[in-house]
Design a binder for this molecule. Sequence first.
Ligand SMILES: Cc1ncc(COP(=O)(O)O)c(C=O)c1O
Length: 441
Amino acid sequence: MTDRAQVIDDELAKARALPTTQRVFASQPKTFAEETRRREAGVIAFPDTPGRLAPLVPLIVSRASGCRIYDLDDNELVDLHMGYWTQILGHAPPVVVEAVKREIERGTIVGVNELEIRLGEYLLAHVACAELVCLTVTGTSAIMHALKAARAHRGRRRIAKLANAFHGHDNDVAMDLPEFQPGVPASDDTLVLSGSPEIFDVIRANADSLAGILVEPAPPVRDPKPFYDLAFFKELRRLTAELGIVLIFDEVLRGFRARFGGTLDDDGVIPDIACFGKIIGGGLPLAAVVGRRAVLEAGRSSGNPARDGGRVPLLGTYSGNRVACAAGLAQLEYIEQHQATLYPYLRDKAAWLGAEIAAHATEHALPITTAVMVGGMVMIKPTSGPVGPMHPVILLQTYLREQGCYFGGGPIQISAAHQPADLERVSSAVRAAMAAIAKDI
Ligand SMILES: Cc1ncc(COP(=O)(O)O)c(C=O)c1O
């Protein structure tokens, strides 16, 4: 066992023995029994991701409504995660529930359905780069489709991405991330661009081998270098256009979150392809690839196989299934109608909560700070490492459970369902949790 592995084991044992952890364990006997059964039965789920710290206290959700979730033991928690950031209207928003109820009885998979066409047209109308659209199921599959189309269009295999940027689970784009390295051999098909300002020279030097460049239209969550600003994206657009490299924006997390449509559409930075997921599915599995006709044309048949050389199929059994399309359309139409109030609310509340959490950390001298992201998201970050089970930023997950909040460790997501009183409650909970951590460590 490595030294680091031993340190983590020792810290895990310490963290489990803390009185707070013991009290949280005691408050959820059914969850614990079920979690043990799950593991023994062999049901692999998200917390089993190798290479990252497993949550100390399991969560098994029985139901969710508005900004609240309930575990198997019926503990009520203010949710700060919101279904992997999909639910910006809150859990089970009435417009989405009604749409799903209405459509589910009409059959789920019946070939091309009219909702698939409506959602496709809706995206074509609202995303600047969208001249063609193809629906798929997950963000990961949307990115895979985009890479395929870019490779077919350029006749080259290599894709460039920023270091530490997450773009889903396809090996070609996950191989530089610590939690994917175990088991995933490095690929020659991917050029990982380090965060240095010389990035444009590297792109130019490799231009001939590159099919496309995949980036989020914002600094990566895990590596938010300050120079990934608007000027960076403008120059990236200019250079890729000059070199003929396909510029792919991963909008899975950001799209429709801070403004209605593509993140940089108003700034005139228009990619060749953009991939959307999360919000556009209203909480159901749905994603989309949109883009310039010249590039995405590679993804559709001419109708004559003998003429289809260089084209790629962009398919999937569940692509565009009508229930997910109904949920997505309902959520998007609601957001469109309420965008004038919704987006400023998310932005202002995230700024407020981020400042509150950072102030509580300072008050209790904990090595924690916050970064406010677009669209109601707040990242709680360690200011020093290494980050093991006894680090305050990790303990916060357990201590917040005692205070009635679910914080999963990734960015906090505020939704329209988080009322000011709920957020005041979250701030008080964080303050109490941090006071307890400072006392216990
Ligand atoms: C930026 C980004 N790209 C891609 C993905 C992958 O999406 P999915 O989990 O739906 O496959 C995610 C998921 O969190 C993401 O945040």
